[in-house]
Design a protein. Structure first.
Length: 426
């Protein structure tokens, strides 16, 4: 029996043969035709264009500094924190002024009204300490729920020079993140099964190393002080924004608010720029932590998996749509939920190297077009791949520990799969 030959077509730009796989984008490796057919739109406005330009410059400078062996310095972090403290001082000043006016204006309607307004604004702008989500929507695991998972997290944390987390929130997204919550600043790992499921055990170690590396390296932008200052400034810009279809009185108010609006916006842009280099620096340092924990090879492989986030989201939506169109019978939904993560891992695992190469090229073309707070993925991958002394794996999960972690996540996997099948079709 003769084996079927793969389909091919001629590249419309250079005329060379290009393979055709109906599952993936058809593109030419020789001239780059159709490498990125879904390129994002150009930035809206001069400021966003400038932001992306500066972000690209920071990313490339830090890349060069790291490859040359120079430390990834960031002299603007102190100034950023000082500016953030000034923003919070304004919020505190509003609260104090509101209390003073309320106390001094007792018995007058105008005093009560003005004091209440100032206190209300200060309340909205107050720093938020974060909280865990309702466990009914997203499963929240603690040490008693998943001792093997927390044991792995602790082992990775020790390698990167920090401590572990106090809770793990399990979601569906192809993503992972860390943050703090509450007055005691407890730590939480947000673990997306869309990413965790498609990783090998050593790639998972690299992922944990990267996320915990943000704690070890002092990520300025994600710290409580700066993060809340950026949030407060964004709210100020929202409050002072002009009415889109103003009346005569609103038009006058728009004119009067123009100066404070642009002043606040200027401070927001300044704080954003002061932290932009710092947050990119933090990403490079977190990548180094990933390499130390799981090996340089695993960290490079993780960069490739990150390129598949859109593919994972598409697969999850496809699963939800398929389950919904099969009918409303609970048996069909239960079947879709039970095998969801296994099917996702199988489909993502079947993606050929040629598609990875296309995604790497597309990422290099886009640069900061999608996310200017992270260095471009191709620079992060290149910095790891070109390391003069690759790191071996410091943490090597065994088959037994991997199986134990999967068993601990089984309940969360089932609950999250139920939500994906129910909600992702919309």
């Amino acid at each position: 029996m003769e084996t079927a030959r793969p389909q091919a077509k001629l590249c419309p730009d250079c005329g060379r043969d290009v393979p055709v796989d109906p599952r993936f984008v058809t593109w030419c490796a020789a001239c780059g035709w159709n490498v990125d057919p879904g390129a994002p739109q150009a930035p809206e406005g001069r400021l966003e264009a400038l932001r992306r330009q500066l972000a690209r410059r920071h990313g490339e400078q830090l890349y060069a500094e790291g490859v040359d062996g120079r430390p990834l310095k960031d002299a603007s972090s102190v100034l950023a924190r000082a500016l953030a403290l000034l923003v919070h001082a304004v919020t505190l000043g509003l609260a104090v002024a509101g209390v003073v006016i309320l106390v001094g204006g007792i018995g007058t309607f105008s005093g009560w009204a003005l004091g209440a307004v100032l206190l209300g604004i200060a309340f909205v702008l107050r720093p938020r300490l974060g909280s865990l989500p309702d466990s009914g929507e997203e499963p929240v695991l603690y040490r008693a729920d998943a001792p093997s998972l927390f044991g792995l997290i602790d082992e990775v944390a020790a390698v990167v020079g920090t401590r572990g987390v106090d809770a793990v929130v399990v979601g569906a997204e192809a993503n992972a993140a860390v943050s703090t919550y509450g007055i005691r600043r407890r730590r939480v790992l947000w673990l997306g099964l869309g990413l965790w499921t498609v990783l090998t055990p050593r790639q998972r170690v690299a992922l944990l190393g990267h996320e915990l590396g943000h704690y070890a390296n002092g990520d300025t932008r994600h710290g409580t002080i700066v993060h809340n200052a950026l949030r407060s400034l964004s709210l100020w810009v929202y409050f002072l924004s002009p009415e889109p279809h103003p009346t005569m009185a609103e038009r006058l108010a728009n004119y009067l608010m123009a100066v404070p609006r642009w002043a606040v916006y200027g401070v927001l842009v300044l704080l954003d720029q002061l932290t932009l280099r710092a947050t990119q620096r933090a990403e490079y340092l977190a990548d180094e932590a990933a390499a130390r924990a799981g090996s340089t090879e695993a960290a490079v492989e993780l960069m490739d998996r990150i390129l598949l986030t859109d593919s994972v989201a598409l697969e999850l939506r496809r699963e939800s749509v398929a389950a919904q169109t099969k009918g409303r019978a609970s048996a069909s939904r239960d079947e879709a939920e039970r095998g969801l993560w296994d099917r996702l891992a199988e489909r993502i695992g079947a993606i050929p190297e040629r598609e990875y190469e296309r995604l790497r090229r597309a990422a290099a073309l886009r640069g900061h077009a999608v996310d200017s707070t992270h260095p471009p993925t191709h620079l992060r991958r290149g910095r790891l791949a070109e390391a003069a002394a690759p790191h071996p794996a410091a943490v090597r999960p065994t088959e037994d520990s991997t199986a134990a972690i999967e068993a601990e996540l089984a309940g969360a996997r089932s609950r999250v799969a139920r939500r994906v099948i129910r909600d992702y079709a919309g």
